[in-house]
Design a protein around this ligand. Structure first.
Ligand SMILES: Cc1cc2nc3c(=O)[nH]c(=O)nc-3n(C[C@H](O)[C@H](O)[C@H](O)COP(=O)(O)OP(=O)(O)OC[C@H]3O[C@@H](n4cnc5c(N)ncnc54)[C@H](O)[C@@H]3O)c2cc1C
Length: 433
């Protein structure tokens, strides 16, 4: 069996892993950065890739290009299949073991389907570029089917159901509704687009629970204005090949069900002996180390990071980035024989896009509220700054401007034929005799 040693091994090249690698690379520390993908992806804009607003290359950046000027960072593309935190070692699907003087676990999150029947099989989660490509191809497959034969409309071809009305669900439902209003009429025909329905379902009574009530009311009004049909206070009890069932017994026919109903830490962390808490995340000490495992850190969406009052911080890009930087600094301190320090989170607030000219933002720790055009511009500005490369920033700006002034979307292409082709046969228990 092959084995390789590095001073620091990082699993996951998301916000947390990349930021930690940069911090360590600045001091020339030997780092191995491993990800299953050869790119870093900007998750907050994945839903815009799925809804054909922007291109994959606007949100994904090749890791080797990001670190080409930092020779102390070695990038490997590999699926990690097991972790031995006691040995600070990880093993890939092809049997190679990487051992580190330090091990940083930053493998992010995955969809949590909460055991809802059919959800894992039939719903589309939105955590990666690959998820976005599958969803986009499915959406286009359903549209094209309705264009071939309007009988498919009665089977839900033009219905999109988004499950979960948190920020991801609201942004996705808003973007799908906007596509139905602007891009779909140009792609198909205005008459067919007018038959499109977008549903947003959540078991909670309001959208955007982390936000103030006024922001929630604003978001609900804007979503309704955009044509989104809210199904609040209603859980999804089943996802089927041909649609969803809600807790009041309502059935919505659809072949495009988006799952924004919750997340949990990467399943890679289970059965490792690591202390796991809420959401399967690693319980870390205030300095981001894992108690009982010397030299092991857990960051971002993989960890329950305590705030100053001891409550876990939310799963946000800013928490991941800042924890990555802090872990890098703590490792540098350890290497210099200094003490590690407790992580302090600088809360920059939360924001969510609803649609053209409509967004909500609550800025800073004081949660200063913004709504409407100002929040929309703040959202655009923040996301441009956060995108990791100049090419990606320019690309996203061009895509947004193009989209604002035209109805034609160059991203309306099918790249996952396996999700585009839909089996329209009724499920066996639905077959009408
Ligand atoms: C659709 C969506 C919208 C969001 N919008 C916002 C927003 O507007 N603002 C905000 O602050 N936050 C937002 N978030 C949350 C934010 O994106 C996450 O909190 C952040 O990405 C977490 O960073 P991370 O580094 O912990 O994990 P990730 O960014 O998920 O990175 C984890 C990495 O680990 C890799 N990996 C996982 N398992 C393996 C394995 N077995 N082998 C090899 N590699 C592996 C993955 O490929 C991935 O690259 C959003 C998230 C989603 C999904």
């Amino acid at each position: 069996m092959t084995e390789e040693y590095h001073r620091v091994v990082i699993v996951g090249a998301g916000f947390a892993g990349v930021t930690a690698a940069n911090e360590l690379a600045a001091k020339g520390i030997d780092v191995l950065l491993i990800d299953r993908n050869n790119y870093h992806q900007f998750q907050p804009l994945i839903y815009q890739v799925a809804t054909t607003q922007i291109a994959v290359t606007d949100v994904a950046r090749p890791l080797r290009a990001m670190f080409r000027r930092t020779p102390s960072v070695c990038v490997k593309t590999a699926e990690i299949t097991s972790i031995d935190p006691g040995e600070r070692a990880v093993t890939t699907a092809d049997g190679i073991t990487y051992r580190g003087g330090f091990l940083i676990l930053a493998a992010g999150a995955e969809a949590n389907f909460f055991g809802i029947p059919g959800a894992a099989e039939h719903a589309f989660p939105l955590y990666s570029v690959d998820d976005a490509a599958k969803l986009r191809s499915r959406f286009l497959g359903a549209l094209d089917a309705a264009d071939r034969d309007e009988a498919y409309i009665d089977k839900g071809a033009l219905n999109v159901v988004v499950v979960g009305a948190g920020p991801t669900g609201v942004e996705t439902a808003g973007a799908v509704a906007e596509s139905m209003r602007s891009a779909v009429p140009a792609y198909l025909s205005p008459a067919l687009a007018a038959s499109g329905r977008v549903y947003l379902a959540d078991m909670l009574p309001s959208v955007l629970t982390p936000f103030r009530e006024r922001s929630q009311r604003y978001a609900e009004a804007k979503l309704r204005e955009a044509g989104v049909e809210l199904r609040l206070d209603l859980g999804v009890t089943e996802v089927r090949k041909d649609g969803v069932t809600l807790s009041d017994g309502t059935e919505i026919l659809s072949r495009t069900v988006v799952w924004a109903g919750g997340l949990k830490a990467s399943s890679l962390l289970s059965d490792t002996g690591l202390p796991l808490g809420k959401g399967g995340r690693v319980e870390v000490a205030p300095d981001l180390t894992v108690p009982g495992f010397e030299g092991v850190y857990a960051l971002g969406d993989s960890a329950n990071i305590p705030d100053s009052a001891g409550s876990p911080l939310p799963q946000l890009g800013s928490v991941a980035q800042q924890s990555g930087q802090w872990a890098g600094r703590n490792i540098l301190a350890e290497l210099e024989g200094k003490r590690r320090t407790s992580f302090t989170y600088r809360d920059k607030g939360i924001m969510a896009m609803i649609g053209r000219g409509a967004a909500v933002a609550e800025l800073g720790r004081a949660r200063f509220p913004l709504r409407g055009l100002l929040a929309f511009l703040a959202w655009l500005g923040v996301h441009v700054v956060l995108l990791s490369g100049i090419r990606e920033r320019v690309g996203a700006i061009i895509s947004w401007v193009w989209d604002y002034f035209t109805t034609r979307r160059p991203q309306i292409v099918v790249d996952r034929p396996d999700y585009y082709h839909i089996d329209w046969d009724d499920p066996p228990d639905r077959t009408r005799t």
